[in-house]
Design a protein around this ligand. Structure first.
Ligand code: PEP
Ligand code: MN
Length: 245
């Protein structure tokens, strides 16, 4: 399996686009999204098998069974698979399928997980914790190894209540300019509603960040997680079309 040890493989002077559902739910769902991405020249898929949820009654992810479906996605569409891990054992379990690993906001300071990741070779996307400072976020990257980490700004808690989180493009730009890190933004989680995702994505891209990661689902209203914010395939296509001009 190709390991993305080297960032030049990923960035190639282009902005990085990673898209996919909030969570892998079924084989049919993930194959539908894989087809949509590949028709629109997106090569990186977010494919989350384990979901760290605030509420224990919420959907916790499909788990290991989803790896078989992701194998098919790779065989059929050649997509690069990005998977969030919530436990050390999942580093080994995802070895053959997931090209890029991912640490979610709730685990940014799960230091044992970060230490375990430092022993792997894959690139890691490190999301910012809900209220983490730039220094705390960078210190977490240091546990893994800064040169293997893509930082992901996904919004922080502020006094603002109109949106789910506040996308902090300023801090993302400081990380790029002063620390020379690769920084992408997740416009889906700060938006919390699908009509705001594309404008926030465009803001991040035009600010000069290194890319975006966002959610798209074949039937967002019936998604098992984050139903309000996932783009529909039609919205996704129109966003991709927009970017061409
Ligand atoms: C997600 O990417 O679906 C997610 C839960 O994001 P975060 O870890 O940023 O909350
Ligand atoms: Mn989500």
């Amino acid at each position: 399996m190709k390991k993305y040890k080297n960032f030049s493989d990923i960035f190639n002077s282009q902005q990085l686009f990673i898209a996919g559902p909030c969570a892998v739910e079924s084989e049919e769902q993930i194959m539908t999204i894989a087809k949509l991405l590949s028709e629109n020249n997106i090569k990186y898929m977010r494919a989350q098998l384990w979901k760290p949820r605030s509420n224990p009654k919420s959907f916790q992810g499909i788990g290991l069974i989803g790896l078989e479906w992701l194998k098919k996605v790779k065989q059929q569409y050649g997509l690069v698979i990005c998977t969030e891990i919530v436990d050390k054992d999942q580093i080994e379990a995802t070895k053959e399928v997931s090209d890029i690993l991912w640490v979610g906001a709730r685990n940014m300071q799960n230091f044992e997980l970060l230490k375990a990741l430092s022993k792997d070779e894959r690139v890691v996307i490190l999301k910012r914790g809900f209220i983490s400072t730039l220094d705390e976020w960078l210190a977490s990257a240091d546990y893994i190894g800064r040169d293997r980490v893509i930082m992901c700004e996904r919004g922080v808690r502020t006094g603002v209540e109109a949106t789910r989180f506040t996308l902090d493009l300023g801090t993302a730009l400081v990380l790029k300019k002063d620390y020379n890190m690769k920084v992408i933004a997740d416009p889906s989680h700060p938006a919390g509603r699908r009509d705001l995702v594309i404008p926030l994505a465009k803001a991040a891209l035009s600010a000069g960040l290194d890319g975006i990661v966002f959610e798209v689902h074949p039937d967002p209203d019936n998604a098992k997680s984050d139903a309000a914010q996932q783009l529909s395939p039609a919205m996704f296509r129109s966003f991709m079309q927009d970017l061409k001009y």
